[in-house]
Design a protein around this ligand. Structure first.
Ligand SMILES: Cc1ncc(COP(=O)(O)O)c(C=O)c1O
Length: 377
């Protein structure tokens, strides 16, 4: 066999091994996917576009009206990007990869606030960079700003932010985002801001864009998408915007790598951005389940978790049970028929398990009852 690139041999596949459907009697807290169907008007818009002949190649960055709609949407978060500087990507994931490929040179370091969504680590390496994991505060999963400042070296090129956060459920405050931006300004770093969970912040918690703060726009690359807030995971639609000069490189990359997202999805994606009521209803439903999940977890001896503030995850400290996270996850599956993700799949996640509450209220109640009975027994 001809020689191949061996770089991929050491790279993980994130949570992939834990996302396969378990047997039907298992309550599943593993998958990070809304349990709603995509709002019907978006589905109809895609079907209409297909029926009306949207079958061919089109503008690589996304239709002008879709890019303008994304720009208007981002404007609502104080991000001042023209549609000309928006590219619609095959999922937010590919937008993260584009951002890393267009900013990193070999050996450049990227600071990740850890435990971080495991795909980031692999993507930084694929782009030739070096992931540097900076632990967040263990009691509330908010950034440890001292540790972040101390992690900057002459090789640091970027800080990767994700708030609301997967896997921690933390939503960083405006002053924390400002402090992170100050670190970036002081050392002339990029901020890669993954806002995919921005519509899913609860109570008094709100997504803050670093691009909306003074000095932020010139060094922030914003990525996001439709998967989580609009229940459109399988549509593979995301966006990226950044300063014009960087976007020129991103446009070249998208033209080479993907051409564009499917033409008939573009009108549907645009229409979805106007479905504020649907998005709000889904958010309110997750908010109620967040309270249910947190109250239930708190009543189980040995489990500790702060109140999640956004996204749809609880990151639970299981060290009080005397088990490490892999033992906990394995035994919970075999003995309690409950599937969770062991935190040590992520650097800095040892002793923690991730539980997604994007599942029915009945399943949350049943899954927590099973865990309680198992741990008490
Ligand atoms: C933090 C984060 N960013 C990006 C993504 C991927 O989003 P998309 O489905 O748009 O590729 C996920 C999906 O789990 C995620 O948790």
């Amino acid at each position: 066999m001809p020689r191949r690139n061996t770089m991929f041999d050491g790279l993980g596949r994130g949570f992939a091994a834990f996302l396969a459907p378990p047997p039907p009697d298992v309550i599943r807290f593993t998958v990070g996917q809304p349990d709603f169907e995509t709002p019907a008007p978006a589905v109809e818009a895609a079907v209409d576009a297909l029926r009306n002949g949207a079958h061919g190649y089109t503008r690589s960055q996304g239709s002008e009206s879709l890019c303008n709609a994304v720009a208007r949407h981002l404007h609502g978060y104080g991000i001042d990007a023209p549609g000309a500087d928006v590219v619609v990507t095959p999922g937010c994931k590919q937008a993260v990869l584009y951002a890393l490929m267009t900013t990193l040179s070999p050996g450049d370091e990227v600071l990740l606030l850890s435990p971080a969504w495991p795909s980031y680590d692999g993507m930084v390496r694929i782009a030739g960079g070096v992931p540097v994991h900076v632990p967040v505060q263990r009691e509330n999963y908010h950034p440890d700003l001292e540790a972040l400042r101390a992690a900057v070296t002459p090789n640091t090129r970027a800080i990767l932010l994700n708030s609301p956060n997967n896997p921690t459920g933390a939503v960083y405050t405006r002053s924390e985002v400002q402090a992170i931006l100050d670190v970036a300004i002081a050392s002339d770093l990029w901020i890669l801001d993954d806002m995919i969970y921005a519509p899913l912040a609860y109570g008094d918690h709100h997504y803050t864009s670093p691009a909306s703060l003074p000095g932020g726009a010139e060094r922030t690359i914003t990525v996001g998408g439709w998967s989580k807030g609009w229940a459109m995971t399988g549509w593979r639609l995301g966006w990226i915007t950044a300063p014009t000069d960087l976007m020129a490189a991103v446009k070249t990359l998208q033209t080479s790598a993907a051409t564009h997202v499917p033409t008939f999805l573009m009108p549907a994606a645009e229409l979805a951005l106007a479905l504020d009521e649907d998005v709000r209803a889904m958010r309110d439903s997750f908010d109620a389940r967040r309270s249910q999940m947190h109250a239930g977890l708190q009543s189980i001896p040995g489990l500790i978790t702060p109140m999640p503030e956004g996204a749809f995850y609880a990151l639970v400290d299981v060290s009080g049970t005397g088990m490490d996270d892999v033992t906990f996850a394995t035994r919970a599956l075999n003995e309690a028929r409950v599937a969770v993700i062991p935190g040590s799949l992520m650097e800095g996640g040892e002793g923690l398990i991730r539980m997604s509450y994007a599942t029915s209220s009945d399943d949350i109640a049943e899954g927590l009852a099973r865990l309680r009975a198992w741990l008490e027994g």
